[in-house]
Each structure stands twice: as structure tokens, then as C-alpha cells.
Write a protein that binds this ligand. Structure first.
Ligand SMILES: C[S@@+](CC[C@H](N)C(=O)[O-])C[C@H]1O[C@@H](n2cnc3c(N)ncnc32)[C@H](O)[C@@H]1O
Length: 751
């Protein structure tokens, strides 16, 4: 009881704005968490005074909405502290029947209003809430939003069957669990089936999948890139659910994406190759605070300033790859103008206004609610970050004097980072400036660390979190007061670029500053789309659609790393003979290694694009869909067998080794497979009834093919009679049984 009272007291303090700078705050949260094992649930405050002071002074609250800035800030704080509701899309590739059945089943499980209740923690113990039915997302085709967050779906017993149902549908590739705002950029790209699309920062790949669904049914294709090789493999894994030959995955720094010769800017042409380019760039991610509660604590202005340059370079390279007249979408999950409007403004400047911000009608016509972009903002520096890094500053006067840096004030005294010795600070090593410059994981360190914080998904909206309250009196909204609040949090403004001390000009370049009124009137930044958490009950997000392309010189080259190996004529003709392939696009079949373990199929126009890469610049991570697989087992009957991933690209051309299974027989095979897997059995150990059914299927298959698949295949490929072989070696009964079991295993796998 005592512990609980303390927490209540703390809550009260916080509500009154007390204890803001308590350095033990995070430790006490840890204790809360420990106490929670036996006592009442933990109460945690979601608060970043620095972040609120910064966005208040940036005029983010009240911008682009009819609501007053006070109300807007309140609803922002209220929404930010609530766990993010889960959402998903039924993919474009799903049949209308599936969509119908899926929706009906989902509604059956979740029921109408109030059928399912969930239990959650409040400061006074457990409480129960009725779940509202899932709602369609009006601006996303087949998009659905649930009335519960992901973590609760996973953990709540009442939602177990729904969770399992979702997982099965998701594993089958027919639905994609994806955050609502993350579905927006692919829609803004207005992709048509014939489009060639470049996704510059693609991992883990939810947007790539969405794009791929749109081009997979046409002649278009997607090049998905990510600088981080292991994340690029995650992307391959994610996209495997779609199994499309229209995807190629490469790994490059987005700002150095190679440009094949045909499209190179050699002074004559200025054309790019992509119809659509998505630059969903790495960012500080403060819009994801509803998923990553730690964002509140780790939030930093310097991270935003530092990441601006890389975002700009990736976007400029994306623009260069885009055909003139194509569309480039730039997006982040950050709310900061430094990572958003400032990048867009600089793209426009650097391309000599060749790029124009477009209005995205497709979204606005479908009830999509967002705010326009900002046309002006404040450039600030987190002075506390410098102090935190070096230890206490001896002379605690304003250090950034107009026109320069006061060297006297760079003396620091003993601090954690300095080994206890007083010495001059290391040059320009300010938090986030070096180490955080390019984070291979796609997020700044703060965003990464924030993920390790407790998720707010565990909490409910009804009081478990304390929503921070700020003084809303008119004088608190005056410029002076807002600046004072920022300064108190260590944030200092640079009015112009000439105020920036020389050691900070790398992280605070001229391009970070807002446009002049004349520039702003030409830039159209108000057509950018700012999504605040309170607008549509989502995360925070920023999207800009712009037209135009070209405008940048081609630069660096990469080492050749080709992985596309044409098949030998002998291998091709044996495949053609064996499977009776007729009319198949054989030139699109290739291997990735010289041992040709897998035979892949890639869309012809992707192949021709890669062929135009005369210098072998593309570093390929993945290309095409596997159609055949080398059969390496001892008892192999078929040197190359059909691979499940690419069966639909080979089957239409096969005139041999193909039979039509009845639905009943198909179900028998699947059921036997499940039974075998669940009980970890071999086929010969299955229930008698199942074995009999399987025998029936086998004889019907053999009847349809008019030969025993095993004997004929073995004779064809190995020129020997299997029965004689067995007799000749005089195998024992046990050995034969074992072998038969293995063969049956293989047969089942093939089926
Ligand atoms: C915001 S995430 C992209 C999310 C992705 N578009 C999706 O929908 O799943 C940013 C990605 O950019 C990658 N990245 C970071 N720096 C990069 C760079 N210089 N060039 C290309 N990709 C980069 C990161 O590895 C990360 O996967």
C-alpha cells in the first residue's frame, strides 16, 4: 500500500509540472516496474519537456488545423500517450473471395460492438474494456484499423484466436500487418502496373510489398535498396510472401545509387529510369512514440540536424534516378521540420526548381486528414547535448556569441567522458554529430534505444499513463516565454546561418534554414502532408509527393558484383525435355551461382535494366523467384524439381510431369502433411486411415500420369532400374522400409 501511495503522490507532482528535472526519474521507473510484480500496476509518465518546448516554439501545434494551438497540443499529448492501434491491409493479390471470407471471419471472431472485452491495468488495479469492431481505413484499399494495439492482441487471452487467425493470414502473404501511416507513401506514388519503381531505403519492406503488389500484375518492376545488408535480407524475407519475379534487391548507400549507362548524365541527356521513386529515408522517428515510448526520453534536436544532410543526399539521388515527369515521394516518421520541410526546400533549391511539390488528390478525396507543410521554422541547437557529452561546462555563460564560438568556454571539467581530467574538448564531437551521422540500422541511436524502453502498448488510455499537463495561459504562448522554455531545456536558436559557429556548420548547414518569403512563395511547401498522431489516431508522419527528375551529376562507381549467370545450353535443354517446357521465357531463367543450385526467373524488363549496367555497379542481394531447385538428396529421382515459390511461372509452360489434383486429394495431402508435422512423424508412421487415403491419392496420380513416377524418372535420369538395383544390393527388409519412408517423405514434400 505504501508503494502505491508513493506512486500516486508522484503522479500528482507530475500533473502539476513538478519534478521535471529529477535525474532519478528513470531509476524510479525501474523500481516501479519491479514493484509491479506484487503490487498494483506501474504508472509511468510519458514526458519530454524539451520536445514539447521545441515543437511549441516551432508552431507545430495549431499549424494547419482549425483547432486552437492550446487544444491541439493537448490532443497531441493525449494521443501520443495512447498505445497505437494495430492495422493491416488485405493485399491486392488476394482474390475477391478471400477478401470477402476474411472480412466475414474477422467480424465473426471480433463480433459486433462489445462482444470481446479486454482486461488492462490501471493505477487502481485491473479494468475491463469493450472492444469496438474493426474499422475500414477509408483512404487505403482493403485497409483495416483495429481498436487494440499489437502487443495486447499478442498477449490478451480473449484475443488468442484472433491473433492466430491474423498470423495465418499474414504468413500466407494475403494480409500485411502495417502501420496506417506507413501505407500512405505507396498510395501517394500513384503506381500503375507498368511502372518501374525505385525504393531507395526499403528495409524491412512493408512499403516495398505494397508497391510490388501494384506492379506484379503488369509489366512494371521494383528495385528495392537498403544500405544495410542484413536489413536488405530482412526485406527479401518479407517480400518472399509475394514471390514476385518483378523484384530486385540491391544494397547501396542511397545517396550513391548507381546509374546505368543508358540513363547516365553525360552532358547530353538528363533522363532517369524510374517512373516512381520512394525515399522513405532514415529518420529520428519521433512520430513513432506511440509504439516506442522511449522516444520521449531520448528525443534530441541535434540528431535531427545531423540526419538532415543524409536525408537530403538520398532524396537528391532519388530525384536523379527518376524520369523527368515521374513522381518522387519523400517520407519520414519524424515530426521535425529539419527532417521534413527543410529537406524538401533544399531539394527544390538544389535542382533549380526543377522539382515541384504536388498535391496528392488520391488521398485527399478519400477522407485522408493531414496538415499542410510548414513554410518557416526555427533552427536550433541542443546546447545541453554538448554539456552532457563533455561534462560540466566551467563557464556557464551563453557560449554561442554572434559571429563565433568562444574558445574559452570549450574548457570542460571532469566528466564521465573525460576520464576525470580537465582538458580542452574534442573538436566538434557533440552528441549525435559523429557517431550518429549514419546509422546502419536506419534509425538514429536515440530511436534504436527507445525501442528497448517499455512499450506503451502494455498500458491503457484510461489513466495508466499520466498525460503531461502544461500551462496554457496566454502569456506562456508569447514568443519570449516559448524561447525561455526552450533555453531552459538547453535549446538555443540561430536566427541566421551566420550565427552558427564554425564547428557546427557541418551539422547546421545553410540549407537547414527556412526559405525567404520569396522562395517560399515558389516552393509550394504547404502541399506537403504532415500527419500528427491526433489527426487520425495514428503515428506521426510526413509525406511529400513531387514531380520532376534529373538535375544531378553522376558520381561514384562500385565494384562489379554480378550474380546473374545464364544457364548452360545443356542444362536448359534437359529442363525443357524433362518438363516438356514449351514457349517458356528461357532467357529469363538464370542461376545465382556456378553450381546452379537454384534456377531463378526474373521479369524480362528487369533483366534488360540490369544488362544496361555496363560497369556492373549494382550490388545485387536478391533477384527473381526460384523456379527450380537442385535435388541434392541421396535418393534423388529428379535432378531439378519445381520450387514452390515459382511454380506459377513454370507450370503454364509445362506439358509433362503435371497432373491436376482434385480438391479432395489436395486436402488429403495437406492434412497428412499437417498430421506428420504436428506429430513429428515420417509418412510410414501416420495413422492407418491417413496412409490409406494417401495410397488412394498416389494411385490416382499414377493413373492420371499413366506411369509410376519414381521408376520412370529414375530410368530416364540415371539409366537404371531401381527395383533391380535394390535386389542387386540385397537390401534387408528394414532398410527397404526406411528407404520407402524417405521416398514417401519426398513424394509428400513434392506434392
Ligand atoms: C525508415 S526505414 C525504411 C522503412 C521501409 N521503407 C519500410 O517501409 O519498411 C529506413 C531504412 O533506410 C536504411 N538506410 C539508412 N541509411 C541509408 C542510406 N544511406 N542509404 C540507403 N538506405 C539507408 C536503413 O537501413 C533503414 O532500413
Amino acid at each position: 500500500m505504501g508503494k502505491y501511495s508513493n506512486k500516486n503522490k508522484k503522479r500528482k507532482d507530475n500533473r502539476n509540472g513538478g519534478n521535471r528535472h529529477n535525474s532519478n526519474r528513470h531509476n524510479s521507473n525501474k523500481n516501479d516496474s519491479r514493484d509491479n510484480r506484487n503490487g498494483p500496476p506501474r504508472v509511468k509518465e510519458m514526458r519530454s519537456d524539451r520536445m514539447v518546448a521545441y515543437y511549441t516554439y516551432q508552431n507545430v501545434f495549431g499549424h494547419g488545423t482549425k483547432v486552437s494551438k492550446e487544444e491541439d497540443r493537448k490532443s497531441f499529448l493525449e494521443a501520443s500517450c495512447r498505445p497505437l492501434n494495430a492495422s493491416f491491409r488485405i493485399t491486392k493479390l488476394a482474390t475477391p473471395e478471400f477478401k470477402e471470407q476474411f472480412t466475414a471471419r474477422m467480424q465473426e471472431i471480433l463480433g459486433s460492438d462489445g462482444q470481446i472485452t479486454i482486461t488492462y491495468d490501471t493505477p487502481s488495479g485491473k479494468a475491463v474494456r469493450k472492444l469496438k469492431p474493426p474499422q475500414p481505413i477509408p483512404f487505403i484499399e482493403n485497409g483495416w484499423m483495429l481498436d487494440v494495439d499489437r502487443s495486447t492482441i499478442r498477449k490478451n487471452k480473449g484475443l488468442k484466436s484472433f491473433f492466430e487467425f491474423l498470423m495465418v493470414a499474414s504468413d500466407s502473404g494475403l494480409i500485411t500487418r502495417q502501420e496506417t501511416v506507413s501505407m500512405v507513401p505507396p498510395v501517394a506514388l500513384s503506381i500503375e502496373p507498368h511502372h518501374l519503381v525505385l525504393d531507395t531505403c526499403a528495409a524491412p519492406g512493408s512499403k516495398t510489398c505494397q508497391i510490388l503488389e501494384n506492379v506484379s500484375l503488369g509489366s512494371g518492376w521494383v528495385m528495392a535498396n537498403d544500405v544495410n545488408v542484413s536489413r536488405a535480407h530482412m526485406l527479401v524475407h518479407q517480400c518472399k510472401r509475394i514471390n514476385s519475379p518483378s523484384l530486385v534487391v540491391v544494397t547501396h548507400a542511397g545517396q550513391e545509387m548507381p546509374m546505368p549507362k543508358t540513363f547516365r548524365n553525360d552532358g547530353e541527356g538528363n533522363e532517369g529510369w524510374a517512373d516512381r521513386v520512394l525515399c522513405d529515408v532514415p529518420c529520428t522517428g519521433d512520430g513513432t512514440m506511440r509504439k516506442n515510448a522511449g522516444i520521449f526520453r531520448k528525443w534530441s534536436v541535434n540528431q535531427q540536424n545531423n540526419i538532415h544532410k543524409i536525408q537530403l543526399d538520398i532524396a537528391l539521388r532519388g530525384v536523379r534516378q527518376c524520369k523527368v515527369g515521374g513522381l518522387v515521394v519523400y517520407s519520414t516518421c519524424s515530426m521535425s521540420p529539419m527532417e521534413n520541410e527543410a529537406v524538401v526546400a533544399q531539394i527544390i533549391r538544389e535542382t533549380g526548381y526543377a522539382v515541384e511539390v504536388e498535391e496528392c488528390r488520391e488521398l485527399s478525396e478519400k477522407g485522408f486528414s493531414c496538415r499542410g507543410g510548414m513554410t518557416t521554422w526555427k533552427v536550433m541547437d541542443d546546447r545541453d547535448a554538448t554539456r552532457r557529452h563533455f561534462g560540466e561546462v566551467i563557464e556557464d555563460k551563453p557560449r554561442f556569441k554572434k559571429g563565433g564560438w568562444d574558445h574559452q568556454e570549450r574548457q570542460v571539467k571532469a566528466g564521465d567522458d573525460d576520464g576525470g581530467e580537465s582538458r580542452p574538448a574534442k573538436k566538434a564531437k557533440v552528441e549525435g554529430q559523429e557517431g550518429d551521422k549514419e546509422d546502419p540500422c536506419g534509425e538514429t541511436k536515440a530511436a534504436e534505444e527507445a525501442k528497448r524502453e517499455p512499450k506503451n502498448g502494455k498500458m491503457s488510455e484510461d489513466g495508466t499513463y499520466i498525460i503531461p499537463v502544461y500551462d496554457d495561459s496566454p502569456e506562456k504562448w508569447s514568443s519570449e516565454s516559448m524561447i525561455a522554455d526552450c533555453n531552459k531545456e538547453g535549446l538555443w536558436e540561430f536566427k541566421t546561418h551566420s550565427d552558427v559557429p564554425s564547428h557546427l556548420t557541418a551539422s547546421i548547414p545553410k540549407g537547414l534554414f527556412p526559405p525567404t518569403p520569396a522562395e517560399a512563395s515558389r516552393m509550394g511547401l504547404e502541399k506537403c502532408m504532415r500527419i500528427m498522431p491526433q489527426d487520425m489516431d495514428t503515428g506521426g508522419f510526413f509525406v511529400t509527393e513531387s514531380s520532376g527528375g534529373g538535375g544531378q551529376k553522376d558520381s561514384k562507381q562500385h565494384n562489379p558484383n554480378q550474380e546473374i549467370i545464364p544457364l548452360s545450353p545443356a542444362l536448359t535443354s534437359s529442363l525443357v525435355d524433362f518438363y516438356g517446357l514449351s514457349g517458356a521465357p528461357l532467357s529469363c531463367f538464370f542461376a545465382r551461382t556456378h553450381t546452379a543450385k537454384g534456377i531463378m526467373y526474373l521479369h524480362p524488363s528487369v533483366l534488360s535494366h540490369l544488362a544496361s549496367d555496363d560497369r556492373g555497379q549494382y550490388k545485387l542481394v536478391h533477384s527473381g523467384v526460384q523456379v527450380f531447385e537442385k535435388n541434392s538428396k541421396n535418393l534423388s529421382l529428379v535432378p531439378y524439381r519445381i520450387h514452390q515459390d515459382g511454380v506459377r511461372y513454370a507450370a503454364p509452360y509445362m506439358n509433362k510431369r503435371k497432373i491436376q489434383l482434385s480438391n479432395r486429394d489436395y486436402c488429403t495431402l495437406v492434412r497428412a502433411g499437417i498430421e506428420r508435422k504436428e506429430n513429428q512423424l515420417r509418412t510410414c508412421m501416420l495413422e492407418e486411415a491417413t496412409r490409406k487415403e494417401l495410397q488412394g491419392v498416389r494411385s490416382r496420380m499414377e493413373g492420371e500420369m499413366r506411369w509410376d513416377p519414381r521408376d520412370v524418372l529414375e530410368e530416364e535420369w540415371f539409366g537404371r532400374d531401381r527395383t533391380k538395383d535394390k535386389e542387386g544390393k540385397g537390401k534387408g527388409e528394414e532398410e527397404e522400409k526406411e528407404e520407402k519412408g524417405k521416398e514417401e517423405d519426398e513424394e509428400d514434400t513434392k506434392a
